[in-house]
Design a binder for this molecule. Structure first.
Ligand SMILES: [Zn+2]
Length: 322
């Protein structure tokens, strides 16, 4: 007889999920810090971003260490970004939410542990990828490397049956997600002669489609846009301004400095090449390129699809279309 979900009391599952999520949240911080710099996420072991001292185990306990050390590095006392405990906390909260919303509602005497484990593991893996993408995009206006997104899309198609979809739904969803942004982009290029939305947004929406079908891809685009506008309006209302992230400005200046070093005739060519290939080559304010990345809002919509998918299917018109 296969093992079933009723073997574990719900409280055990919640506590386990919280600890597991906090630990992986800690790893997410490593991903968010290193991937945009092109560094390996496994080696070397964590070092203090300020003084380079190795981080000791007790200084690396999720959330707890940050609170205990009052937001300072244990080695040199440098201020640590509140992003660290925030990301750890998000990891813990999302993990518990997956258990609460997707696992515990399953019938516990007939759901096998293998099935519940597969739903939890795949859901949590997607959530991790989306959270990492959101934070990296907010700071650097790039998404995860194509290789990571490809793996994410394949995992989505492969696990479609866990979400009541066929693998064909996943493939169509990926094509719709990718195609719709590339289509908007192509149209924009014809009209304005340059790219509009970032190509990373196309890839990201393709991943969302691979997980949640074509309705999911369209929901990602629409909910992402609506929530992005809401955030911009709220920021303005409270007297703030949406400006380009510091890191993006710095990276542009670095590339410009490199180009300046070239011979005058090569300089023109390199500048043109760069403008054509990098959506961030021009400063915001011209054309459609916004100072606020769209990726985090697609990622947020992806998390909403993951956690509230059943509810959305009942209330959002996209799912009534067939
Ligand atoms: Zn230090």
């Amino acid at each position: 007889m296969p093992l079933t979900l009723d073997l574990f009391p719900p409280t055990f599952l919640r506590v386990f999920a919280a600890l597991f999520g906090l630990l992986w949240g800690s790893f997410l911080n490593v991903v968010i810090y290193r991937v945009p710099k092109g560094m390996s996420v496994v080696r070397p072991a964590s070092h203090c971003p300020a003084c380079g001292a190795p981080v000791r185990a007790w200084q690396n306990v999720p959330v707890f260490s940050y609170v205990l050390l009052r937001g300072k590095a244990g080695c040199c006392g440098a201020r640590l970004s509140p992003r660290y405990p925030l990301v750890e906390l998000i990891g813990g909260v999302v993990s518990v939410a997956i258990v609460e919303l997707l696992i515990l509602p399953m019938p516990d005497t007939t759901t096998t542990l293998a099935h519940a484990g597969a739903v939890y593991a795949s859901s949590f893996a997607l959530a991790m990828g989306l959270i990492a993408t959101a934070f990296i995009d907010l700071e650097h206006m790039v998404v995860l490397p194509d290789k990571a997104n490809f793996v994410g899309a394949v995992l989505g198609v492969a696990t479609c049956s866990l979400r009541g979809l066929s693998w064909l739904d996943g493939l169509i969803g990926a094509a719709v997600g990718l195609g719709i942004v590339l289509g908007i982009n192509g149209l924009y290029k014809v009209v304005r002669g340059r790219t509009g939305m970032a190509s990373g947004d196309a890839v990201l929406l393709g991943v969302v489609g691979a997980w949640f079908g074509w309705q999911g891809a369209l929901f990602g685009l629409m909910a992402g846009a609506v929530q992005g506008v809401i955030v911009i309006v709220l920021v303005r209302l409270f007297g703030g301004a949406v400006t380009e992230p510091e890191a993006v400005k710095r990276e542009r200046e670095e590339i410009l400095a490199e180009i300046e070093k070239l011979d005058p005739e090569e300089r023109e060519l390199a500048l043109e090449e760069w403008r054509k290939e990098d959506e961030l080559a021009d400063e915001p304010g011209e054309g459609m390129q916004a100072a606020l990345a769209f990726g985090p809002f697609i990622a947020l919509a992806g998390l909403e699809l993951l956690l509230f998918g059943k509810f959305l299917e009942d209330v959002v018109f996209l799912w009534q279309l067939g």
